[in-house]
Structures are given as structure tokens and as C-alpha cells.
Design a protein around this ligand. Sequence first.
Ligand SMILES: [Zn+2]
Ligand SMILES: [Zn+2]
Length: 390
Amino acid sequence: MKALVWHGTQDIRCESVPDPRIEDDRDAIIKVTSCAICGSDLHLYDHFMPGMEKGDVMGHEFMGEVVETGKGINGALRKGERVVIPFTIICGECDQCKRGFFSVCERSNRNKHLAAKAFGHTTAGLFGYTHLTGGYQGGQAEYVRVPFADKTHIKVPDGLSDEQVLFLGDIFPTGWQAAVQADIQPTDTVAIWGAGPVGQMAIRSAILLGAKQVVCIDRVPERLEMARAGGAITIDNATESTVERLNQLTAGKGPEKCIDAVGMEAHAPRALEHAYDRVKQAMMLESDRATVLREMIYVCRPAGILSVPGVYGGLVDKIPMGALMNKGLTLRTGQTHVNRWTDDLVQRIANGQIDPSFVITHRGHLEDGPELYKTFRDKKDNCIKVVLRP
Ligand SMILES: [Zn+2]
Ligand SMILES: [Zn+2]
């Protein structure tokens, strides 16, 4: 089959690899009909995440049709069914899965000892996302093996197109969880840093959840325009002071809720050892990144909530703990518990409350993947979200 294969820094190739096979009774094989390139794939593209190996298949945002099931699937999935696959692989049986905390599934990362060393604790197993998160081959391919497939899927109702539902696997529930974790009240101003795909989903989610006013902060003109189209007031932090504008928009009180849809991006260590020094190095090179967290702590209204869907990989220096504590702020974080939200979100798509496909700016085939990675990374051609059809 064809797949987008990682070969090294900024070296992703479309090439032939062996078809995946059933390896465990709870596996299913999916024929991929649509997949997307995610902002967090760029950490791998630029090789800021450790644990990639030559030959790894990329991609954790994908959907398709079930073509084969292992003996242990027991009717939970049938051949021919259309499914979106959540980026977090879940066993459905461990203590955390039973509580709905799927992104910290205790069983699906088969390399969790490596993740514990690099991140302090393991996440669930993730598709196409380094050997630290299980080394599972990704979905930017014609076929993919889904482990624990009896639980790791979202069924798609008839009548909804791939583009309407594809983002149920990551960015839509990620933006949604960020908004839910902010516990939005009708009197709230919600400030969202980052107008990338997750920020865009967080804007729509905050509005659906009834925020009085949503403000989005970024510096890329077309992303700010998309944010405004979704109902946000925008701040261009290349030309305006974020703190001043936020105070203006809230009569000097500050936003009640703040969402960090930027994260550290480039700050994960390249090697397991010396993680701390590496991260410090990275921070000096990318000193604007950690400022989001600080800015949120300084500007948030006392007793407010900070919600962090943005990805952090290691240690962060110079967090104003005094302000965080004395202002009585609540900090909520986490990788997304995808399946916790998707029954509700499928319904919201089906009844027309939201069509997440608004975020797509570029479409192509797997062969176009290497070029589109570059376009996306460089934010060329107003690129916000890429969808590929194998
Ligand atoms: Zn993603
Ligand atoms: Zn589990």
C-alpha cells in the first residue's frame, strides 16, 4: 500500500510499504478514505519529538471503512462500517478508561516506560506518533491497523460526509474539551490564544456552550479572519497588546476563562537523556512560546479558569505560581478524552449546529502529502488544514 513515511527531519515520502495485518484478536484493519495533517504532526516533521524511526507511517487523524476484524471484536465492528478513529487508542477496560479519562488509558501504550522517562508519565497509545506513544503506524496511508478496535472507534451515521466527521478523531473534541473544561457561564468572556485548527474549534465550541464573548489572539491574518467568521473578536498580537485589548474588552476585569491553543510546540526534548537542558535550550530559541501560559495567568480574572489543550512535552521555567495561586486560578489540562465527547458531537454535526469542515483549506491525495506538509508548516498559501484522500 501507499503511505506517508517518516525518513528524518523534514523528510516525509509517499512510498510503498507492506499492508498492515491483524496482529491481535482485538485488531481491525481500516481502509482509509480520508486523513488529515495535524499541527502536532509538524513536531515530528521538524523532528522536535524524540522516538521516531525511519519507516514510521505518519498520521493520527483518519477515518475509513472496516475491511477486516480480529476474532475478539465480537460484533462491535462489522465489515463495511464507516468509522472515524480517535487519535487516542483506548482499551476500554482499565480503571482510567472506565472513568472516561481515555487519554490516560493505562494499557494502550505498549512503550509506556519510554514515555514515562520523556514526559514524566505516559499518555494512551497514539497512532503515528513516535515510539514513545506505542510506535503504532499511522493513518496517512491506504490501510491502517487499529488496536483495541472494539473500543477505539467512532461510528459514523449515514448521510454525513467524510469532511463533516473526520475531525471527530482529534481537533473537534480537542477544542470542545478545552471549552468544556473552562466551565463556561453565560456572563463569561473566553479568551483563546491560537487561531490554528484547535483554536478555531475552541471558538465554535465556546460559542455553542453559551459564552457572552469570545476573543481570539493570533498573528496570521487568514486565521484571524476565520476566527471572526466563527464569531470571535480578534486581537492581532503582532500589532496590538493582548493584555491591553483584553482589559479593554472586559472593562478592566480580565477574561473569566482563558484557553491556550498554542502549547509549547517546539519544546519537547530530542533525546530521552538531558531532557531538562534540552528543553531549556529550546525555550531560549523559542522564547515567545511559553509566554502564552504566563500571559493567561497575568490577564485572567481572579477565580477564573485556564484551560490548556495546547501540547506541552517537558519542563517549563518561570511560571508565575504566586499570581496563579493568589488569584485563585484553576488550571485544567490534558490530552483529549476523545470518545468521552463524540456521541454528543456526532449529534451536533447531524443536527446542523456545526460543520467542522469549515477549517479545511487544502485538499489532495497521498502523493501530494510531502508537498502539503511543507505548505502547512510554512503557513503558505493561507493553509490552515489539509485533508488527503488516499
Ligand atoms: Zn491531531
Ligand atoms: Zn484503558
